[in-house]
Design a protein around this ligand. Sequence first.
Ligand code: PLP
Length: 462
Amino acid sequence: MATPPTIGVRNYDIPALRELDVAHHLPAQSSYKLQQDLGGSRIITHAQGSTIYDGEGHAILDGMAGLWCVNVGYGRPELAEVAARQMEELPFYNTFFRTATVPPIELATKLAGLLGGKLQHVFFNNSGSESNDTVFRLVRTYWGLKGEPNRTVFISRHNAYHGSTVASASLGGMTFMHAQGGLPIPGIEHVMQPYPFGEGFGEDPEAFATRAAQAIEDRILAVGPENVAAFIGEPVQGAGGVIIPPPGYWQKVEAICRKYGILLVSDEVICGFGRLGEWFGFQHYGISPDIVSMAKGLSSGYLPISATGVSSEIVEVLRASGEEFVHGYTYSGHPVSAAVALRNLQIIEDEHLVDRVREDVGPYLNAALQRLADQPLVGEVRSIGLLGAVEIVAEKGTNKRHGTGGQAGPIVRDHCIAGGLMVRAIRDSIVMSPPLVITHEEIDRLVGIIGAALDASMEQLA
Ligand code: PLP
């Protein structure tokens, strides 16, 4: 087990903080009634490696790398040092009106090299949601300047997650999010997701891949190809439940986009920076998107930053028009965030973390998860790189859920947390996305805790 860091850890008055949390703090994506009923949020005070520590002193193995983002693990002094140095040299200057600072130029150059091919240009934002808002405006601007202004429609998938702002939540396919705020905004079409366990159970994987891709083509034809601007998708849907598409799906999607001249957008906010054992998910699937959204692992969450990778062809159209792209954020290309991101990428390279996921810990997690397959509640275990899911079912050998569905995940998750493991419940599944530095011993522990949590949940789920 990682040793708790002592330097910089203060003696917090946790009960008082929890009271203040209820009195004043509105945490993200939370029920404020539940926050109040539970007497405040869980307070995390410090972390090291793959372990987080809460205010009561519990060590919790972080099976989620924060929020799918702390790829290099916690407690990296080199990232703190680079931030401090940049803050002293130049804490802020903007990138509006053709201004730049040094770190975003260097980071854009680095990313262009990692993305490769036609993806040679990078626009910076602060979050994955903002990157997808940039995609939304950039794509429509591009088609307008190219003389095809009717191409405004985006095609996405049900249960996709692309963020929480108005445009990115609309691009996403989470109906419970759409229900708040009157979303989606017009011009976004959602089609079936490539979810073999949920929507293609018992179906031949190739036939299912064809059916799921065909849904995209059918919608393009229904909308009229001349009206469709882009298709956006996560290589593997993360927040939707670690939904791994069947083999061949992405090749078919790419071919459909090319057939109708539609831009292909890969949302790499979770899949990027080694999570699938390649720098980017699109590289794992061997496809060539026109635009890429990146965030999370870009800085391993040490500071907020996101990036939108853009093809040379799109930039050429903007250049030829002579028009300004009237879009940007105060903190686009923030020098401190960019400097930290650059150093983070160097750590990933120096420690060969992408190879490590592909050749070592990814296969190790996959094999370890198989130990859960015979547990009576388990319908399926699946993983790709360091993304994994355990599906919980009411009847072994089927995909039938307990009750009305959605209750099983939280029950098992709560047992996991009580057992010292942070995982996420997504409806009737438990998902994981640990730091890329997780050790074999930690993976064994992670799987052991999930197994014990499943056993402990049997009675509640009888
Ligand atoms: N896109 C994907 C695929 C994500 O998983 C997320 C966040 O989980 C986002 C976009 C939004 O990123 P952010 O929360 O940084 O706005």
